[in-house]
Design a protein around this ligand. Sequence first.
Ligand code: PRP
Ligand code: ZN
Length: 296
Amino acid sequence: MPSNGARLHIAIQKSGRLSRYSRELLREAGLRIQSGKNDLTARVDNFPIDLMLVRDDDIPTFVADGVCEFGIVGRNVLEEFALGRKEERFDVIAPLGFGHCALKLAAPRGADYDGAQCLAGQRIATSYPRLLGAWLERQGIEARVVRMSGAVELAPRLGIAGFVCDLVSTGSTLEANNLAPVETVLESEAVLVRTRMPIDEAKQRAADNLLKRIDGVLATQGSKYIMMNAPEDALAEITAILPGVEAPSVIPLAGRPGHFALHAVCQETVFWETLHDLKQAGASAILVLPIEKMMQ
Ligand code: PRP
Ligand code: ZN
C-alpha cells in the first residue's frame, strides 16, 4: 500500500456491521468523508486523513504494523488477533458504544446441554479458534476446534461439527439455522485502536485533533442538557437528584425574586423517574435537550 507522507490513515470496515457506524462516528467528529471512486480508500476533505476501507479481520494487522495509525474494529477480531501475536503492538483507546455483539457457543436446538462438560471430545466449528481455544482451556475442557473462515452456522447441518462458536448480534443467524446459544465466550463492541509504532510530528498533530473530537462525540453519547426553574430553597435537593452533575449554572429569574433557572449537563441518562423526582423537589418548566457537540 503506498504510504502518503503526512496523511493519517484510519482503517475501518469496508462493508459489514461496523462500517456504517464507523463512518457516522467520524462524520460526527467533523470529518468530511469524500465518496471516492476507488474502493480501498476514502479521502477526508478537511483533515489530512485517509480512510482505508478493508475487511475487519485485516484491521488489527494494519494497525499493529503501523500501515494505519488508527483503526475501528470489534474487540472480538482484535483479541483473536492479539492471541496469535507475542507482543501487543496497538493500544485500545476507547470503546465506541456501537457494534455490540458476543462470541457464543451454540448447539442445535433441542440438543441436550447442561454445562460446559458436554463439550468434552466434541467438534466445535469457529472462525475464532484462539478465543475458543483459550476459553476451553480456562474451562479445563478438551474439544476439537474446527477452523472455518465463514458460514460457520452451517457446520452442524453439514456434519462437520456438533457445535459452533460464532458471533451473535441480533441472533437471527443462529435462529435461521436452528441453533441456540449455550455459552458466552466474549462480549464485544467496536473499539478505537492506535498503533504503537512511532507517529511523526505532523501526523501527531492531526491525531491529537482527531482524538479530541472523537472524545467530544463520545462524551455527548447519552448525556443531555437539562434546564428548569426552581425556588432557592430547592436548589440543593435538585442538584443532588441530577445524575452526574456537580456544579449546575444557577441564574436569577428576572422579576421573580428567590427563583432561579438551573442549567446543567447530565452525563448519564435522564429517566422519566428523575423528572418526576425533580418536580417533587420543587422544579418546574423542566426541559431536557440533546447535546450535539462538547469539548472539555
Ligand atoms: C457475524 C456472524 C454471523 C452474524 C450474526 O458475522 O458470523 O454470520 O454476524 O449476526 P446476527 O446474530 O445478527 O444474525 P460478521 O457480521 O461479523 O461478518 P464476518 O464474520 O464475515 O466478518
Ligand atoms: Zn470478519
